[in-house]
Design a protein around this ligand. Structure first.
Ligand code: SF4
Ligand code: SF4
Length: 173
């Protein structure tokens, strides 16, 4: 493994936003063979033909991938986020890519810290809280209650769009 491959691998191990539901609701499955493999790993799969997916957050994520040494769906070893793709293409340095990943991660953590002050979000992960806030936003009474969280989510989505836009295309809708 080259030095730059090791840098990328270390960053991914310390990040996990691909697997923990921060970036995605789903991850793409390539074909039926890949789906059988995902099913055998107890991943929650769905979709049809060229729109197969498994759901996020991945149950095998525990700070990092807990089944790293096993045969996994192709996307698990093939996917790189946009900041890393730009680094690999020589369009930006590794430091810049790291800063982009860290800024989104830090913002997600800030959001989770504020969310932890609300008992109604107890035990929920980032993706679940984000979805719940989407439902709550339909009632105008909730806007002032969750104003800070809505604001943090707005900035999170802005950062995600700015730095991770290409990654969104990997998600199965
Ligand atoms: S978001 Fe980027 S740095 Fe983080 S785990 Fe995914 S590919 Fe790796
Ligand atoms: S199997 Fe591992 S790499 Fe693949 S989504 Fe789950 S935690 Fe991530």
């Amino acid at each position: 493994m080259s030095d730059s491959e090791k840098d990328v691998s270390d960053l991914c191990v310390s990040c996990g936003m691909c697997c923990d539901g921060t970036l995605f609701n789903t991850a793409r499955i390539q074909d039926d063979k890949d789906r059988k493999l995902a099913d055998s790993l107890d991943l929650i799969t769905g979709g049809q033909e060229d729109k197969l997916y498994f759901k996020m957050p991945c149950p095998h994520f525990a700070g990092c991938c807990s089944i790293y040494d096993r045969n996994r769906p192709q996307i698990c070893s093939m996917f790189f986020c946009n900041p890393l793709k730009k680094f690999q293409r020589g369009e930006q340095g590794f430091l810049e890519a790291t800063q982009q990943v860290r800024s989104l991660q830090e913002h997600r953590d800030k959001f989770m810290k504020v969310a932890s002050q609300f008992p109604e979000f107890d035990g929920l992960g980032f993706r679940e809280i984000k979805n719940k806030l989407g439902d709550l936003s339909e009632q105008s009474d909730n806007i002032s209650t969750y104003r800070h969280l809505f604001l943090l989510l707005f900035v999170f989505d802005d950062l995600k769009t700015r730095y991770f836009e290409a990654a969104k295309k990997e998600e199965v809708q």
